[in-house]
Ligand binder design. Structure first.
Ligand code: PRP
Length: 177
């Protein structure tokens, strides 16, 4: 199905790495029941696969953060919708993201979660693009470090397209649509 695209990470590679990350979480959070928060929308596929791989007793929730409005460039403005502070206070929060780019989103979200009284806040990202970083931020767990190419699939979009692709692929140059 995704043969016409340049595949950066196949579904098999993704599954293998997600299994490793799940095992790391299971080990690091043994005896705890963290609150795992998925950052909508891009993280949904990674989030679901990761938690099934981790087999870790946990609570789950979601928050919304959006900064790319019909563009391949971050607007710099991060719009956030979070759970109530009551749900955050005292929790060991694990934030699950599809991609860490400028770092603006996770910088802002981790700060907000700490302000709301989380006991601890850790971040796990499937993809990390360190070349693009502008915020002073690094993730606690990283699936793959990638160069500065615009990638889509496995939840990642361009203008709400391509999220459904099972592989992570490089955005086709000629389409943009
Ligand atoms: C993407 C991605 C992260 C953020 C990372 O979200 O899911 O939330 O950008 O970029 P940053 O490190 O530069 O902040 P997007 O705004 O595209 O929303 P989406 O998850 O709904 O696709």
């Amino acid at each position: 199905m995704t043969k016409q695209y340049e595949v950066l990470f196949s579904r098999e590679q993704l599954a293998a790495r997600v299994a490793e990350l799940g095992a790391e979480l299971r080990r690091d959070y043994a005896g705890k029941t963290p609150l795992v928060l998925g950052v909508l929308k891009g993280a949904v596929f990674f989030f679901a696969d990761l938690l099934r791989a981790a087999e870790l007793p946990c609570k789950i929730g979601f928050l919304t953060a959006s900064s790319y409005l019909h563009s391949t460039e971050s607007s710099g403005e991060v719009t956030v919708k979070m759970p109530n502070a009551d749900e955050i206070r005292g929790q060991d929060v694990i934030l699950v993201e599809d991609i860490l780019d400028t770092g603006n989103t996770l910088y802002k979200l981790t700060r907000l979660l700490r302000e709301q009284g989380a006991n601890s806040v850790k971040t796990i990202v499937l993809l990390d693009k360190p070349d693009r970083r502008t915020a002073d931020f690094s993730a606690d767990y990283v699936g793959f470090t990638i160069p500065d190419a615009f990638v889509v699939g496995y939840g990642l979009d361009f203008d709400e397209q391509y999220r459904y692709l099972p592989d992570v692929v490089v955005l086709p140059q000629d389409t943009g649509k």
